[in-house]
Design a protein around this ligand. Structure first.
Ligand SMILES: NC(=O)c1ccc[n+]([C@@H]2O[C@H](COP(=O)([O-])OP(=O)(O)OC[C@H]3O[C@@H](n4cnc5c(N)ncnc54)[C@H](O)[C@@H]3O)[C@@H](O)[C@H]2O)c1
Length: 436
């Protein structure tokens, strides 16, 4: 490890007092705050200690800033312990999370936010993001939050309102759209914006894969514990895979189009991924998004093994086309024959943290939540279209009162989706379901 990046905060510096100093210094740039607090250490809390949370913490601890992980929260203790072990192994000397700063349950995030940290990484299921983001902003913390930022329109509006407060307070807010930081994406989208392929005629975007993990119910769990463990398969928690994963490609389409679509129509269903463990989500969605200038974006996402797989975005213009692979070689081809290619280059998950901490330490404003929220809302708009079978307008979708979250958040509370007598959860029926 680079000597200059060894942790320089002394263990005798009580975190509680630095929390008090931190709040007294709210409004200063992080660089000035940490300097004023007598140390160059940036203290972070990880909230949501799964695969991505673990990776995001390692990415944050691997930037040029002197970052220290000092608090963690996960709904479940076993997830926190596994993550802590993995992070400590990969980042020796940069982790200081004693027992009293390990928090669990559905409300433990509040304690992690209050544990004397400068920044929180929000990496749990997206259904919890709006409340956790609100709490972090209220407490004056800088935020890195994973995509998607919410799973329904009320959640998006909460994130937008909290983000307005974050801007007023001068807080940095990053959203985990790592493709925005990858060199190939930046180079190609810049050229598209400069007119290299001419006005866009249409876009195609894909997130087709064989699917993700599934968690099997245990007899000793409440319904809430089960759904939070198996969060991917419940729309209030994960948003369905069009929101949870395809939002990456949807964001690239919005980036290219410099805004969000005005309407969507589409179709979807569950053909293969049916059965008790698969909750209520679809295994395929196909959506036609229409942008304000009439340009269409054709979006397809599928979670079915044994089929054509693609994580990619494509734009066709009057003078050429761009074919961008999510994590692979990308090509800009002009109709005259000229071709430019880019290999993937450095991983955007590291680049996004490098960019965030560089801005923070330089005291520069940093906010990705406007377009982050717009991308999540676009994906939700697509889901509204596939669940309902209707054409859905953005202006109606964003105003939707349909709140998917449970009335009460507690392990013994009842989530809205409930299994039938056969153990199966009802799923949306196009033509019948009211989805916004
Ligand atoms: N940007 C990317 O490339 C990328 C990649 C993977 C995942 N993600 C995003 O990261 C998020 C997490 O995904 P993951 O793959 O790490 O899932 P995961 O299941 O591995 O991790 C989620 C963790 O959150 C915990 N959790 C559940 N309820 C919680 C709560 N109320 N508060 C705090 N933690 C809670 C779970 O116990 C689990 O440990 C998702 O939003 C996902 O879309 C982004």
């Amino acid at each position: 490890m680079n000597e200059s990046r060894k942790p320089s905060v002394s263990r005798s510096t009580p975190l509680e007092s630095s929390a008090a100093v931190g709040s007294a210094l709210a409004g200063l740039s992080l660089a000035r705050r940490v300097h004023a607090a007598g140390s160059d250490v940036v203290k972070i809390a990880l909230i949501g200690c799964g695969g991505r949370g673990t990776g995001a913490a390692v990415n944050a601890l691997s930037t040029k800033a002197n970052v220290r992980l000092v608090a963690m929260h996960d709904a479940f203790r076993d997830r926190l312990d596994n993550s802590l072990r993995a992070i400590a192994k990969q980042c020796p000397g940069r982790v200081d999370v004693p027992e009293e700063r390990r928090f669990t349950g559905l409300d433990g995030y509040q304690k992690a936010i209050e544990a004397g940290v400068d920044m929180v990484l929000l990496c749990g299921p997206p259904g919890f993001r709006p409340a956790q983001f609100e709490a972090a902003v209220k407490a004056g913390k800088h935020v890195f939050m994973e995509k998607p930022v919410a799973t329904d329109a009320p959640g998006i509006r909460r994130v937008q309102a909290a983000n307005a407060e974050a801007k007023r307070k001068g807080l940095a807010v990053a959203v985990g759209h790592h493709l925005r930081h990858e060199v190939k994406h930046k180079e190609i989208v810049r050229r598209i914006h400069e007119g290299a392929i001419g006005p866009i005629q249409f876009l195609r975007i894909y997130f087709n894969s064989s699917g993700v993990w599934v968690y099997q119910r245990r007899p000793d769990e409440t319904e809430m514990q089960y759904q939070v463990r198996n969060w991917y398969y419940f729309t209030w928690l994960g948003g369905d895979h069009i929101v949870e994963q395809h939002v990456h490609d949807i964001d690239v389409a919005n980036w290219i189009m410099r805004g969000h679509p005005v309407s969507a129509n589409g179709m979807g269903g569950r053909q293969v991924r049916i059965g008790k463990p698969y909750g209520e989500i679809f295994d395929h969605h196909a959506v036609e998004f229409e942008y304000a200038d009439g340009t269409r974006c054709f979006s397809v996402c599928r979670h079915i093994p044994g089929c054509w797989e693609s994580f990619s975005e494509h734009a066709r213009g009057t003078k050429g086309e761009a074919n961008i692979e999510g994590h692979g070689r990308s090509v800009l081809r002009l109709d005259g024959g000229q071709t430019m290619t880019w290999d993937r280059g450095p991983d955007g998950h590291q680049l996004e943290m490098d960019d965030l901490f560089a801005a923070l330490m330089a005291g520069q404003p940093y906010n990705e939540a406007d377009w982050g929220a717009e991308a999540s809302m676009t994906a939700i708009l697509g889901r509204m279209a596939t669940y309902s079978g209707q054409t859905v307008r953005w202006d109606d979708a964003i105003q939707s009162p349909l709140d998917l979250a449970p009335e009460t958040l507690a392990w013994n509370a009842k989530p809205k989706p409930a299994p039938g007598p056969d153990g199966l959860y009802p799923c949306a029926i196009p033509g019948v379901t009211k989805a916004w």
